[in-house]
Design a binder for this molecule. Sequence first.
Ligand code: AN7
Length: 338
Amino acid sequence: MTLIDRYRGRLPVTSRTPIVSLGEGNTPLIRADRLAKAAGLRPGSVHLKFEGTNPTGSFKDRGMTVAMSKALEEGSRGVLCASTGNTAASASAYAAKAGLRCVVFLPRGAVALGKLMQAIMHGAEIVEVAGNFDAALKAALRIAAEQDFTVVNSSNPFRIEGQKTAAFEVAEVLGRAPDFQFMPVGNAGNITAYWKGYKELGGARTHMMGFQAAGAAPLVLGHMVRDPKTVATAIRIGDPYSKASALAARDESGGMIGSVTDGQILAAYRFLAHEEGVFCEPASAAGVAGLLKLARAGRKPRGTVVCVLTGHGLKDPDTAARFAPRRRAFTPGRRFEL
Ligand code: AN7
């Protein structure tokens, strides 16, 4: 069953909406006892919502199935987005499936290799922007409005509607919403979507704990960042579109939005792959880095904890390659000691 069919009653679709699906959603919630131990928490209290198993390898697919289905229903002439990579990869694939034109505005030199390859293979029209994501988004919104293209960034409310289904899945598996949720924050659509999802389930109780990279932390600093910098290119965003709803999620839930350094992000990224067997992309590890940072400062969460891992590690082979281990040589015919 498609994600839209599974949650049809809670999504803005009708029997006339043509569904564009690639088999998104229904991602695993993985018990993470080594992570729990590292954070000083009880076994069984920490889970990873691994969104890397979505069709294009990120959570964007949940929103894209709804946004693309609605674009098709509305007779759109084409879709357009600005992206740090994952939105572009997802839009490219779903537009290919829908048979719609897809134009992606990408910050030059700042998109992980795997994401760029996805956009290329799905036949998107790629526009290189001489500037960062914030400049690309501004241009994309203006050009799409002028020329009547459908924007499939998270400014499109159908994206948020689709992405809130992840909260439903988490609550279904746990039997109720978690006490704490740790997640990365970039353009701030996903924290907005999860909070909407938990609220729709009633009795919202999950503390929303969002983490930005220290070099790209406008929601922590309280002002936009002109030249955002971080190894986690997915969240290299200085002026988040959904900042108001992200701050509302933080305040309504009694949560926080904090920052983690690139060193903390890469340590969490490596820990998850090494100790939990889950390979996510660097940005995805920001929430886990935040959990470990708070735990080390003696601010341990109580109850059940979910960390959202937003994208697959294979998206960004160049960052993984930095961790090249010692390699041993084998010569055929010689004995090899294990
Ligand atoms: C892996 O693709 O903004 O806070 O243009 O790819 O909802 O923006 C990606 C964001 C977290 C942040 N993790 O989510 C884009 C883009 C990964 C991401 C985020 C992104 P939002």
